[in-house]
Design a binder for this molecule. Structure first.
Ligand SMILES: Nc1nc2c(c(=O)[nH]1)N(C=O)[C@@H](CNc1ccc(C(=O)N[C@@H](CCC(=O)O)C(=O)O)cc1)CN2
Ligand SMILES: Nc1ncnc2c1ncn2[C@@H]1O[C@H](COP(=O)(O)OP(=O)(O)OP(=O)(O)O)[C@@H](O)[C@H]1O
Length: 193
């Protein structure tokens, strides 16, 4: 299936999941993410606020805060179109809704967190395969923001997050696509070979 049709299909699949399935997926995701060997030493975790049928990361945020870890969220960079910047997120952060309808923290200069400070990055995924290739929403936001990341010694661990139902047999990655170190679903963990 061409990329666009496959993306629409996989988004439809995740939006169609029942409330029960979403609740269970969020619980399973928290367990699997916090069982990653890199979790215990991670100080700063980049996450996302779910929309469009994505697995909720709310339980991961609660656990992280309980363990004195920081959560940061992506904000569409107003100065650098197509890129993301990351801001610390607190339970009482002032939020606004971006042009896609996703809540994000208000942009404040001194709250910006650079890539070098992020230990684990949870990256929302629309489709994935056994090689930990990632298909996203089609905006290229993470690909642009993470371009050259593999040249960086101090890079975050890249963890793609998806419902198990979003697996496809084989994606054909584009040259700019950044593969994930892991894909974590409600059912399994795939690590890049
Ligand atoms: N929760 C979450 N936050 C995220 C992402 C994500 O995938 N999930 N992103 C990951 O990159 C970025 C946002 N990327 C997005 C890219 C496209 C669309 C989208 O809905 N596109 C519409 C067309 C919208 C329009 O042009 O008005 C569509 O395809 O129907 C949404 C988000 C940053 N924040
Ligand atoms: N590093 C990059 N530099 C410039 N353009 C890029 C880069 N990465 C991706 N793009 C552009 O972004 C567009 C969308 O890419 P792609 O379909 O791979 O996005 P995606 O990974 O699904 O989206 P997202 O990261 O927002 O979830 C492509 O047309 C591509 O030209």
């Amino acid at each position: 299936m061409p990329t666009k049709g496959l993306r629409q299909h996989l988004r439809q699949v995740r939006r169609a999941l029942s409330e029960d399935a979403q609740t269970n997926a969020a619980i399973a995701l928290q367990e699997r993410i916090s069982a990653l060997p890199q979790w215990s030493s991670a100080q700063t975790i980049s996450s996302y606020l779910c929309f469009d049928g994505e697995i909720s990361t709310h339980l991961i945020h609660l656990l992280a805060w309980q363990q004195n870890k920081a959560i940061v969220l992506p904000i569409l960079d107003p100065k650098h179109s197509g890129h993301l910047v990351f801001h610390e997120y607190f339970a009482d952060s002032h939020m606004q809704v971006n042009k896609f309808g996703i809540a994000e923290p208000l942009l404040e200069k001194n709250k910006q967190v650079t890539m070098a400070h992020i230990d684990v990055m949870l990256v929302p995924v629309v489709g994935f395969d056994q090689q930990a290739n990632r298909m996203g929403m089609g905006g290229g936001f993470y690909d642009r923001t993470l371009a050259n990341i593999y040249q960086n010694k101090d890079r975050p661990l890249l963890v793609g997050v998806a419902h198990d139902a979003q697996e496809v047999t084989q994606l054909t990655p584009a040259e700019w696509d950044i593969p994930m170190d892991y894909i974590v679903t409600d059912r399994k963990v795939i690590s890049r070979k």
